[in-house]
Design a protein around this ligand. Structure first.
Ligand SMILES: [Zn+2]
Length: 281
């Protein structure tokens, strides 16, 4: 049986809509894998959504089956409030044509932010002109879209990789809005200096992967649950929220292990269920 969503479809869309006009704080919904919807001052930012079954279909009948573990929380076509969507790298669970195309159709003003290095792939998957995506690089240049200010941080998945122009192919994002700062890791290992880089941004909520780096999976790896708990603490995040689990059978982790590690290391944390809301005052 699939892991049921905490809330999905109509209930999720209604939950997002009911706080639309709230001018205080911000809210975040976990949409599965590395996908989060952020709501602030009536604006909506969607980070790394994967809301289809494209990978399960692609790898069916191969030796790398992507067996789904949990319910999808919402159809991308129902997210009609999105101002900006981001992609941290080109892997399909972070840049999915079957999510981006209906999302664009549902949001005529939608902007797409992704690594400059990935422009051609983003355009192909989102079915837009190559000039359309907003490219970001880890050169310290901040980019503002819809009131959200983005800064790219290199991600090591498993290495920090650059194209011939020196543009980073795998990134994490620091997002600032009003008095707040978020860090969305994308997919990354803990490389030397990452915690110092992040500490300077005084992050309120850090979204960190917990599925680990295990070569037998034959996919690029991530922080494991213990590293995520330690990095959240080391970077001084006010809250750490785990992601990258409960989607595919071959590449998951038990968030209870993260919770236990966070308690051990004194890391403030919150484990969200699928479709669940986090309120930040
Ligand atoms: Zn991933």
């Amino acid at each position: 049986m699939l892991i049921p969503a905490f809330q999905k479809d109509d209930a999720l869309v209604a939950d997002v809509a009911q706080f639309r006009h709230l001018t205080t704080g911000f809210r975040v919904w976990w949409l599965g894998q590395s996908g989060f919807l952020v709501q602030w001052q009536g604006r909506h930012l969607l980070l790394d959504p994967y809301l289809s079954d494209s990978l399960t279909r692609k790898y069916a009948d191969t030796d790398k089956p992507h067996t789904r573990l949990s319910e999808r929380v919402v159809d991308a076509a129902r997210l009609t409030m999105v101002d900006v969507v981001t992609s941290s790298h080109n892997h399909t669970d972070h840049l999915d044509p079957e999510t981006l195309q209906p999302l664009r159709a549902a949001n005529p003003g939608l902007r797409i932010l992704a690594p400059e290095a990935n422009r051609a792939t983003v355009a192909e998957r989102a079915k837009c002109l190559p000039a359309f995506p907003v490219g970001i690089n880890d050169d310290g240049q901040a980019i503002e879209i819809a009131g959200f200010t983005f800064l790219a941080v290199p991600a090591a998945h498993n290495q920090i990789e650059r194209d011939e122009q020196g543009h980073c192919k795998f990134i994490g994002l620091v997002v600032k809005f009003g008095p707040y700062a978020l860090y969305h890791s994308g997919d990354t290992l803990w490389y030397p200096g990452l915690e110092d880089l992040l500490r300077s941004h005084r992050v309120d909520v850090a979204f960190l992967p917990i599925n680990g780096n295990r070569p037998e999976r034959r996919v690029a790896g991530n922080l494991d649950f213990d590293e995520a708990a330690r990095l959240g603490r080391a970077m001084g995040a006010k809250l750490t929220v785990p992601h990258h689990y409960h989607l595919f059978e071959f590449n998951t982790e038990d968030p209870a292990k993260f919770a236990q590690a966070a308690q051990q290391h004194g890391t403030p944390y919150r484990v969200l269920r699928l479709g669940e809301r986090l309120d930040v005052a």
